[in-house]
Structures are given as structure tokens and as C-alpha cells.
Design a binder for this molecule. Sequence first.
Ligand SMILES: NC(=O)c1ccc[n+]([C@@H]2O[C@H](COP(=O)([O-])OP(=O)(O)OC[C@H]3O[C@@H](n4cnc5c(N)ncnc54)[C@H](O)[C@@H]3O)[C@@H](O)[C@H]2O)c1
Length: 312
Amino acid sequence: MWEHEQLVVRTGKRSGMTTMVALHSTEAGPAVGGCRMKAYERITDAVTDVLRLSKAMTLKCRDAGIPHGGAKSVIVVDREVTPELRRAVLLDHADLINEFGGAYRAGPDVGTGPDDMLVLRERTPHAYCLPEEHGGTGSSSGPTARGVLAALKASAQHVFGTSDLAGKKVVISGFGSVGQLIAQGLEGAEVIVSDVDESKRSDAFGWVPPDEAYRTKADVLVPAAVGGVLSPEVVKDLDVRLIVGPANNQLTDDGVADLLAERGIVWVPDHVASAGGVIYTLAREDDGADHETALARVDVIEATVRRLLARQ
Ligand SMILES: NC(=O)c1ccc[n+]([C@@H]2O[C@H](COP(=O)([O-])OP(=O)(O)OC[C@H]3O[C@@H](n4cnc5c(N)ncnc54)[C@H](O)[C@@H]3O)[C@@H](O)[C@H]2O)c1
């Protein structure tokens, strides 16, 4: 059923590329979300993605106690993106964001970063996470990883009886900016990483090919790449006790949560575990909190996860 407030799909007049914004809810306050730039096989896949991601943002804000609703942008990559084309499509997208009059405020997501937010700012004030030298808070990967580590602590206590993961085997699928920071934060654990990009292989950690990451026997699995990775077929082969990671929309559908529960695998919903970035950014950029105060708000994810798991 349709549960969003708005979906706008637009062909940019400068770039000729398709960009879209899904506004899921502004009930709790102006909607926030990231701006994803990515290639899709079909335009309907992009629409599905933007609708699901925007709803996840509403849940993320709700469970983090942030007075905002959820939205998301997608810029559909359909050709080689030269620097000129990138700038053109970002300006097109900024015009679209601006039409929401502040009901949607965008930050970076997969495929975009603080420099892209600076381009958006040329056409709209409603862009977060500008580079630090331009007065923004920059990349939110650090606070996101910190939040995932907080969620790992609380859930490890629930599953293993200790919040310390030293000696535990942890598989991280997706060794990008957040995955790398999580790996570095897991002191004493046996960390195995996996990525479609072989060049990310590191001597500091073990390695498994991407198609084996979800079949490897381990204590903890950390999905840190893309969404839609936990399907009924994948869940059958899992050999872990705990799943906690930042990747948005990890389940192919909500029913997969029941399959995980039936197999006795504890899964921390990604909208709870990955909220560190949005919590930190809003604390700094909206509330004027300093770095330490904003990080302390991120650390509350540990208590949130403890409370959620205690309800089971
Ligand atoms: N960066 C943040 O602040 C933030 C906040 C909330 C959620 N997330 C989510 O966390 C995830 C990781 O974010 P990031 O910023 O580290 O992204 P990133 O692009 O830096 O890293 C993603 C990594 O996953 C790899 N990858 C892609 N497809 C893969 C596959 N099928 N199997 C294995 N590896 C694959 C890529 O090569 C890349 O190294 C994303 O799903 C993102 O939406 C990030």
C-alpha cells in the first residue's frame, strides 16, 4: 500500500539524467535522508530503492529519538559521469530538493560525499555534511561506525554474555569507509573481511570472497556493503549467532526477520545500528552541539539496542 507523502521523479534540465526524491513522512518533523548516486538495471528498481530507503529513514529517526521524518534521494547513473555531468546533475537535483521548501534536507549517501553537498548548497540551503573547511561536519562514516560498535557491544552482551568481542570471529561484508572503521574498532577479535573490490584486501585482516561471506562460520556477521543481502535462501546457509551492521535495508522483506528468529540468530535492525551518522550530524549542525556531546548521543545506541533486545 502507498504510505509515503510524496514521490517526485524528474529529468534534469541541465543533465538529462533522472533524479528522484521520496518523502516518506514529515509527521515528526522535517524529513532527512541521504542522496544516493548509483546505476540501476531498471528505473523501477531505483523507485523501489528510494521508497524503501526513505521509509527506513523515518524508522531510523523514530528509534533514535530524533524529531525528524524520513526521506531519500536517488540520482540514477545511466552513463559515464564526467566531472561536468556530475556537477550538472547535482545542480538539477538541488533544484528538486529546494522545491520541498525545507521539508526534505539531504546529506551524502552511497555514491556521494561532502564535496557533492557543497555543490547542492549552490542551489539550496537544505544540504548537510559539507566539508569541514566549509563549516560542515564532513563524512558521517566515523559516527556511523561508532554507532555500529555500540550496537555490537549491547548485542554481544545479550548473545554471548559479554560485550567484549575479543576472541570472537567477526565477518565484515563490505570493506568501505564504514566497514574499515568497524574492523579497526574490533580490538582482539578475529576479523575476516570481504569486498567485491579485491584492491581493498588488507594484510591486517583475514579475507573471504564476497559470495562466501554469508556462508562463513563465525560468531558475528556485519553487513556493511549493500542492502537486500538477507534473503530466505541466504538465511538457510548462515552459520553465525549475531548480525549487526550499517548496510541499509538488509532484509529482502520483513518476513526474513522471522526466519532469522526461527534459526536463533539475533539480528539488530539496520535502522537502529546505523543511526550514528544522522544522530551526530543533526546534533552538530542543527543543535550546535560540540564533537564530544554529539558522540555521546551516538553512544546512546548501545542502550537503545539493550532495551530492544530485552523486549524479545
Ligand atoms: N557512511 C555512512 O555514514 C552510512 C550511514 C548509514 C548507513 N550506511 C550504509 O552502510 C553501508 C556502507 O556504507 P559506506 O559509507 O562504508 O559505503 P562505501 O561505498 O564506502 O563502502 C561499501 C563497500 O561495499 C563494497 N561492496 C559493494 N557491493 C558489495 C557486495 N555485493 N559484496 C561485498 N562488498 C560489496 C564496495 O566495494 C565498498 O567497498 C551502505 O549500505 C550505506 O548505505 C552508511
